[in-house]
Design a protein around this ligand. Structure first.
Ligand SMILES: [Zn+2]
Length: 56
């Protein structure tokens, strides 16, 4: 098992896995987690993933 959210693996993603988080609007964060928000599948950062999980 490889670490799917770290290192070499994320460099194959768009912009090396970095971008603006659609949830918290922070820039150049690593968007590693797929989450459905308002019916749309988006990639969010680790912090947002934790926030959403805590709410649920
Ligand atoms: Zn975020």
């Amino acid at each position: 098992m490889s670490k799917s959210h770290r290192g070499k693996g994320i460099y194959e993603l768009i912009r090396q896995g970095r971008g603006t988080c659609p949830h918290c609007k922070r820039q150049a964060v690593k968007l590693l987690y797929e989450q459905e928000i308002e019916g749309k599948k988006v990639h969010i950062c680790k912090i947002c993933k934790a926030t959403i999980q805590n709410k649920a």
